[in-house]
Design a protein around this ligand. Sequence first.
Ligand code: 8LE
Length: 480
Amino acid sequence: MTADISMEQWTWPPSYDETYRPPEGQTHWLPRRETMPAEQREELILARIRQIMAYAWDNAPFYRRKWDEAGIHPSAIRTLADFEKVPVVRKEELRADQAAHEPFGSYLCVPPDEVKHINGTSGTTGRPTAFGISERDWRSVANAHARVMWAMGIRSSDTVLVASPLSLYWGSWGAYIGAERLGARVFPFGAGAPGQTARTVRWIKQMGVTVLYGTPSYALHLAEVAEEEGIAPASLGLRAMVFSGEPGASIPTIRSRITEAFQVGVYDSGSMAEAAPWMNLGAAADEPGVLCWQDLVYTEVCDPVGHQRLPYGAEGTPVYTTLERTSQPMIRLLSNDLTRWEAPSAERGRTYPFLPRGIYGRIDDMFTVRGENVHPSAIDEVIMAAPGYGGEHRIVISRESAMDTLVVQVEYDPRQPEESLPGWVERISGRLRTVLGVGARVVPVRQHTFDRTGFKARRVIDNRELLQRMVTDPPPGSIP
Ligand code: 8LE
């Protein structure tokens, strides 16, 4: 077994043979790692976790402080059950630590000049967080994503168009370097500029693009625009779509709208940018659901309060531990997302746990619109700072013509003359767009349209089908 594993580069720190690629007809990129008995893999994962905890203890004041406070030393972790006692890392902690230890935080484990790539969060909840990525980690992510995309059936003969923003977003770059590593032709097109979607349609046809990476919302928009341009989406020649960033690809109604429009295979993927290789949750079949590629990032579906691992079959929140990252390793990163997991089964072709409905929601109040994470408090901040604010507002998320739309109904101060309202609305919309990175329609309403509360404001009204269904038809084992 050891010999097999070393052949497949199970080493710490990770190092990959960059010339390796399986024969086109082979199903698995690293057959041994992907199909070995789950218990055997878990033994290796435990050993790796111990190495990584020792590494973080030595190199990251952030982790040493945190574990010291919890009375935990890496040497005390002898089983995966012991590991459940390691306190989770919250995104807010990373943000605060970065603010105190500019620019990459005291969880950076390599000398700062080894950071060769920067990605980041959009920063809707305050200070943006930077991802400082060493060349070694960049290559590990490329190799990991190549492996997952290989399982999706992507090959060197494919042309992969990246249709998400090519800026801070790890999603786009992760898809790009994964597709490049497996030898495909890559086309970094991006998304979000005015008029860009119609151009996307034309370029897909012109370049013979076969695979598109983006968000499910964007795919639906693309279908609409194609129709408007007089081009049937199914005639574009795409054969697969790889999604991440938001729920959709594992939600039957959305999924079937996409497959019906484009006649493509649909593959869900994506955990969190911090946990890159974020394709660690990735489909290996043209069907809803994602596998947890445990030897890349060890995923525990946990009780959202105590953060202990839950038995297979239960619903909980994923907690991620990166097993190949050296620059900013994440050790028990709390997602606050919602999923249900199933035990590994060799019948799925890979012995990884399975999330049959993917990630289908968030525990906290954050919501995702057109692939952007939006926090209601970021909206509150902008609205309440606007001169002429009338005292209350509502955030309405709905789905209009296949795209998520965000409507903010804002009460205005009656002392504002009616004729100044269009300018007022425009200023707030512009500010919201800057802060959120996504457009919102601002609707002025009369003062006292909305109830006031003496307790907590409930300003978010989510009309989207998914969340409604979760309320009326909760899945078995749901958290009440
Ligand atoms: C349901 C994974 C990536 C790079 O595409 C991404 O969106 O990372 P980011 O910006 O850190 O956002 C992570 C959050 O997006 C997750 O916590 C989850 O709420 C949501 N998300 C990402 N991918 C999916 C998803 N939700 N299904 C997905 N496939």
